[in-house]
Ligand binder design. Structure first.
Ligand code: PMP
Length: 402
């Protein structure tokens, strides 16, 4: 059939934005679109085969998260899962209270729906992180009130890789008489570090297939058994009546395969990613003495695949463009989800990173398919590009600076 693959000379280090789809996933999706094209709601054999494929994938996704298959609701991605969790819980619980707590460093797909709820009469308390990007449990607890119905804290921040104390928060919240629901965005954690919704103690959790080498446009919301949500798409009653619409069978099947492979490779991939990012960080420091790691210095407090690095004195967009043009190394400036906006990242601002340093921040993110050779090529490229840029800035500080 012959589809084009990414150029062989490229080094793709923007896996926090999206990841390459694994060949096993593509094969399973093609099979789902051809041999199993039926509607899972149809009673005939083709329909039932499609249903079986969806339910098989539901178990695979549940297994990645330590959940039961009945607790998984497929969505169009994590944006939908986040929005559905927050809106669905707020609507279901609005008679008990109208106060929500969330960290200030959440993804826009959490921030914006909460802003919308605020406009509809809910109160939202935003909890700032420490300078290293971690949001401490005590700060979240200080914001919780008797009328708090919902708390949202991501497990891994997509811009800095900072790991948040979600399990500790869940334990503390359970001791509160009001027992607010706890939602966690697990998008950047699932498949890279072991994730278990039981051990985390969360009630709602969001994941996305395309961040773990599955297809775009499919994700899932974990809804702990017994947690009630207002349905967010009404119609034919699919996905337990919460999210109507004919299931995205190929996407769901692809997600299932990606989840299974990611789970089988854990915890080896966590360790491998940590070694690769350490090698990358050492290489960047050697290449540019003004390189500063944004986010926790302790690797135990960081996800193993994200490195946010500020190249003091250089502009992030210039560094990223040169890495791409000179050596095919693809990285991102701030968060790809927000980089179409001209403002500096809300995450770095919340961490009180000075504006000039924030504008020099580049995010390197590794994936499950990143190789040691690719990291070495990125280090070589960085050495050359950063030396050139540093020499240029020395000659013409005004034109480059800012
Ligand atoms: N949450 C986080 C932490 C993310 O990084 C992303 C993707 N940038 C999302 C949510 C949104 O996921 P999706 O692309 O599946 O809508």
């Amino acid at each position: 059939m012959g589809w084009t693959v990414a150029p062989a000379d490229a080094v793709y280090l923007d896996n926090a934005a999206t990841t390459p789809v694994r060949p096993e996933v593509v094969d399973a999706m093609v099979q789902a679109m051809t041999g199993r094209f039926g509607n899972p709601s149809s009673r005939h054999r083709l329909g039932q085969q499609a249903r079986e494929a969806v339910e098989f994938a539901r178990r695979q996704v549940a297994d990645l998260l330590g959940a039961e298959p009945e607790e998984i609701v497929f969505t169009s991605g994590a944006t939908e899962a986040n929005q559905a969790a927050l809106w669905g819980a707020a609507m279901a619980l609005r008679r008990q209270g109208r106060h929500v707590v969330a960290s200030a460093v959440e993804h826009p797909s959490v921030l914006e729906p909460l802003e919308a709820l605020h406009r509809q009469g809910f109160e939202v308390s935003w909890v700032p992180p420490q300078p290293d990007g971690v949001v401490p449990v005590e700060r979240v607890l200080q914001a919780v009130r008797p009328d708090t119905i919902l708390v949202s804290l991501m497990l891994v921040n997509n811009e800095t890789g900072a790991r948040m104390p979600v399990a500790e928060l869940a334990r503390a919240l359970r001791a509160r008489p009001s027992r607010p629901l706890l939602h966690s965005d697990l998008v950047q954690a699932a498949g890279r570090i072991p994730v278990d919704v039981q051990a985390l103690g969360v009630d709602l959790a969001s994941v996305s297939a395309h961040k773990l080498h599955g297809p775009k446009g499919v994700g899932a919301l974990y809804v702990r058994r017994g947690v009630r949500l207002e349905p967010w798409l009404r119609g034919g009653g699919q996905e337990r009546g919460l999210r109507s619409g004919t299931e995205n069978v190929p996407g769901i099947v692809g997600f299932g395969v990606a989840a299974r492979l990611a789970r089988e490779e854990l915890p080896r991939s966590t360790q491998r990613l940590a070694l690769l990012s350490l090698r990358l960080w050492e290489g960047l420091q050697a290449a540019y003495p003004g390189a500063r790691l944004l986010g926790p210095a302790d690797p135990a407090l960081r996800a193993p695949h994200i490195l946010a690095v500020a190249f003091e004195g250089l502009r992030a967009d210039v560094v990223a463009n040169h890495l791409d043009q000179a050596a095919g190394v693809m990285v991102s400036v701030g968060s790809a989800c927000a980089s179409h906006k001209s403002r500096t990242s809300h995450v770095l601002r919340a961490m009180k990173v000075p504006e000039s340093l924030a504008r020099s921040a580049v995010r390197f993110s590794l994936g499950l398919l990143t190789t040691e050779a690719e990291v070495e090529r990125a280090v070589q490229a960085a050495r050359q590009v950063l030396a050139e840029l540093a020499a240029f800035v020395k000659r013409e500080p005004v034109r480059h600076g800012g």
